[in-house]
Structures are given as C-alpha cells and as structure tokens.
Design a protein around this ligand. Structure first.
Ligand SMILES: [Zn+2]
Length: 542
C-alpha cells in the first residue's frame, strides 16, 4: 500500500474540535479492534458490561472498515498499523472475482475501489471498477426505468430486504464520483428509482416505511431507512436530478422532526420499537446519516442546512466518540469474573476502544447500563461521516474558496483556525490568491460581523449566510469576529426533559448529567478566551 503524499508541519491552533485528531483516533480503534491471530480480521461486537470487557466475532472482509480506513488515511497521512488494512486488502483481492457487489459490505467496497483509484491514481483500480460494474449490470433485473437485485427466489425485494440496496446505491454513486465511470452512474440511477418508487421504503412524502420483524411486531429502524435516503441524496447530487433531490429534502425534513435537531439526537427506532426497553437511544449511524444528507442537500441547493450539520456534529455526534475508556474498567470491577470463550479477546479492551463511536447512547451519556457497548457498524459509519465533513466543509472552485463550517482545518488553499465556541472568531491563513467567502452561523446577525484582512478592515457583503470577503492573496491572514453567547434551553430529547446551556451551537452543559461517560464536559468552553494547543497538521496532495 503506498503512503499518502502530502505536507506535514507543526502548528499552534485553537484547542477546539479538530477533525484530523478525531480521525486518527478512529484509525486507532478500527485497526486495533482486530484479531492478530486471525490475520487482523475486525471484531464485530464490543461487550463492555463483562468482567473483563471483551471483543467478539470476526469478519475478515468488513466493507465499512475498508472504506473508512482508506479515507481516514488520506485525511491524516497516518501509516500507523497499516499492515492491518493491507491484510484486509489482500483478503478481498484474493476473492475479488466471486465477491458479491450488492449489500452492506459490497456496497462500501464499491466506494472503496473508486476511492483507491482517486487516492492512489493507479489504473489497476480503474480496471477492477470496470470489472465489478460489468458484473453488476449483468446480474440486475431490468424493469422499465429501474432495476433491482433479485432475491433467492428471483423476486423483487421490498421493505426491509430492499434497504440493503442503500449501501449499493451509495457505493455506485461514489465509484462514479471518483472514476467518472458513466455505466456506474446509469446503474445507480436505475437503482435509485427502484429504491424511491418501487421498494416500499418511502411513502410519497418521503416518510420511512421499512420495518423489520421482532417479538413486539414490526419495528421502524431509523438507520436502515436513513441510509437509503443518504444514497438517494448522493445520487441526486451526482446526477443533478432536481426532482429526486427535492424528494430527499422532504424526507430529510420529516426524519429531522423525529429527533432533536438542536443537538443531533436521532432515535435508533421511530415509534415502533422491537422490545420494551425503558429508554430511547441514539445510534451513531442515525446522526451520521443526517449529517451526510444535510451536507448533500446543501450542495444540491435544496436549502442551507449547514447549521444543522454544525449542531449535529459539535454535539451528539462528536460526544458519541469515546476519548477515554478507564471508566469501563472501573464499572466492571464489581461484576463477577466471566471466563473467556474461545472466540473472545479480553486484551486491553478499554484502551483499544478509544476512538470508537457508541451504538446505544442517550442525550447525556455514551453508555446505557447493562448494554453491550458498541459495534463495528457505528465505528465504520461514524468515521466515514467524519471524513465527509472534513472533505465538504471547505470547497475551492472557480477561483473561489468557500468555508461552510467554522472548524479547525488545514488545507492546500488555506488553514482555518476556529476559536468557536470560546470566542466568536476565526482566522484564515491564505495559501492561494482567490476570492473568499465564509458562512456565518445562524445565531449571528450579518451587521454584527467584523472582517479584517492583515488587520485592515474589509467591508463585507452578505449573500444568504455567506460573508463575501472578496479578493485575498496568498499569505494574507483573514480574521472574522462576531458575538457568541450562552442561552438556556429546556427541551425533551428521547422522552427525557433536559436543561441545556448552549454557547453558539455547542452544548456546554446538560442537566441531568450522564453517569458512566457523561457528555458535555465542556467547562473550558465557557471561558471567553481561547486555549491553544500544538498539533501536527497534514495536508494531502490533491
Ligand atoms: Zn450503527
């Protein structure tokens, strides 16, 4: 596997949310929660309510990990544990010709194949993409203007069984984006029409319909439906299909109302649950879906949803990433010891889980008592969403640099240093000469924004929420300042009343607080003066 090329340098940056640092932690957990005795196959399940905590079950080819690892290595330039993803790559390439292309892992692998071509620029990936698309075109059943992958009886899957096509649609669309393979786009279009109009996953208003059977009757799982919606919105953007984008917008706005858009909490199940659990939990995958859909709809000009992305990302989503596992060892110390089964691994589990995303979180805690802990699914999808926020938060096109989110970010075009939420301030160190526009978040009135270029005042013009800075030169430092303040909000999240203190878009306090791994330990953000930290920045060569 070639190393990602790019620039690496030390920088002093504000001690605020830093996606590059979070991405390194995801790589840590994905490559460490693997079985070294079994060729580094990833573990599927992480049980923390056991003494000792354990990792269990392995699948050698895990598409979610393969796609996300490659993306996050591009983002970070990290080579840590690269022998692990090399082993996954070898295992997949050995079975390539007979490996399926439809479903969860195969869908993610379609994207991985395309991304490998984009990142490594090696034509062998293009050849593999062509082979897999050729096979896919032969295996689908065509009907009018749509197509589907038949079940074992040759019939068209609908409802829950059809939702697995969401992963395939995402994979085909991303493969097209990365390689410009028009056959992949054409196939994606037919799959999109199947999923929207014939698969019984959505009603005509975009409400989710696909339920799975359970002891309590049929259960409406957010992520299986939300993941299809993510695929539809990504295809609509890639194909510039405005009708489909408009449908995805209606569906997104309906899904948004099932949770708390203030913090990005979306329930694992909507209304119909598979059991009588005494809580409403949020699965990382639900929030990850909503982040991706909101960004895609904004790009497709269906609305400006960047504040949704900012609120989801800064709050529920990023709090669902585990930064410290010591509480797990403390929690299980009082449980009776359980002997290990042959397929269980108890080595340093709490350490290996650092960087993982929660599968069952509340609005104030990573963990719900006696629940397993987490699974590979949320780690893979959480890491993938993190990558796409990093990719899409800044855009350079037609000699204009647009910054959508006020987060720390090093790039080829400029380095962004965000003081938010300590202070309402962002510094942008320009590396190219171009026009610059910066999106100002929703709590700020345009006339409150002050812009400076090399400390000289710059008159700002607003277009929607974007402050148009105008022409800036390489080497300029652009500073934007605006008011930021705290407000108190009483709100219901997952059937529980909470009192939140919110500064800008960041929750800085939640009451009642969590118990095991409590969210929002953010007293430092309530200081009104930024703290600084030294970090290594990596900027991949485009
Ligand atoms: Zn999940």
């Amino acid at each position: 596997m070639p190393q990602v090329k790019g620039d690496r340098y030390q920088a002093t940056i504000p001690d605020t949310l830093d996606i590059q640092q979070r991405a390194e932690l995801v790589l840590n957990t994905m490559t460490n929660c693997t079985d070294p005795k079994n060729n580094y196959a990833p573990y599927d399940n992480m049980y923390v309510y056991r003494n000792p905590p354990i990792l269990r079950a392995t699948t050698m080819i895990n598409g979610k990990y393969m796609e996300t690892t490659a993306l996050l290595r591009y983002l970070t330039g990290s080579t840590t544990n690269q022998h692990v993803d090399q082993a996954w790559r070898n295992a997949y390439l050995e079975v390539f010709s007979g490996y399926p292309w439809w479903g969860v892992d195969p869908g993610r692998i379609l994207a991985w194949l395309g991304n490998n071509y984009r990142i490594e620029n090696n034509p062998c990936w293009l050849d593999l993409c062509k082979q897999v698309i050729k096979r896919a075109r032969q295996e689908v059943v065509y009907q009018d203007d749509y197509c589907y992958y038949p079940d074992t009886q040759g019939a068209m899957p609908t409802g829950w069984d059809a939702t697995y096509g969401g992963w395939t649609l995402q994979g085909l669309t991303q493969l097209y984006r990365a390689t410009q393979n028009t056959e992949a786009l054409e196939l994606a279009g037919k799959v999109a029409r199947y999923l929207k109009d014939h698969a019984m996953i959505f009603d005509s208003d975009g409400h989710f319909l696909a339920r799975h059977p359970s002891n309590n009757g049929l259960a409406l799982h957010f992520h299986h439906n939300g993941n299809v919606l993510e695929g539809l919105s990504a295809y609509a953007l890639a194909a510039n299909d405005r009708e489909l984008a408009s449908f995805a917008k209606s569906s997104y706005e309906w899904a948004r109302a099932t949770g708390s858009p203030l913090v990005g909490f979306f329930p694992e199940y909507i209304n119909d649950w598979p059991d009588d659990r005494p809580y409403v939990d949020c699965e990382t995958c639900c929030t990850a879906d909503m982040i991706q859909i909101a960004m895609t709809l904004s790009e497709a000009q269906q609305g400006d949803y960047w504040d949704d992305v900012d609120r989801y990302l800064r709050n529920q989503f990023i709090e669902m990433q585990l930064l410290d596992g010591k509480w797990i060892d403390q929690m299980v110390a009082s449980l009776p010891p359980t002997p290990l089964e042959a397929n269980e691994d108890a080595d340093r589990v709490s350490e290996r889980l650092v960087g993982s995303f929660a599968s069952w979180a509340t609005a104030n805690d990573w963990y719900i008592e006696e629940q397993p802990g987490t699974t590979f699914c949320c780690i893979g999808n959480g890491g993938r969403a993190l990558y796409y926020v990093w990719e899409k938060m800044i855009r350079f096109t037609n000699d204009t640099l647009t910054i959508h989110l006020l987060l720390n970010r090093a790039s080829t075009w400029a380095d962004v240093n965000s003081y938010v939420p300590y202070e309402g301030r962002v510094d942008i160190k320009m590396k190219v000469t171009c026009d610059l526009e910066i999106r100002i978040p929703e709590w700020v009135k345009p006339n409150e924004v002050v812009g400076l270029v090399n400390n000289e005042p710059r008159r700002l013009v607003f277009q929607g929420r974007y402050a148009l800075i105008g022409s800036v030169e390489s080497g300029n430092v652009v500073t934007i300042t605006f008011p930021i303040f705290e407000r108190t909000v009483e709100t219901m999240i997952g059937n529980i009343p909470y009192t939140l203190i919110i500064k800008g878009n960041d929750v800085v306090s939640v009451d009642p607080p969590g118990k095991w791994y409590p969210f929002y330990q953010r007293a430092k953000y309530r200081e009104n003066q930024v703290r600084w930290v030294n970090r290594e920045r990596f900027v991949p060569t485009i």
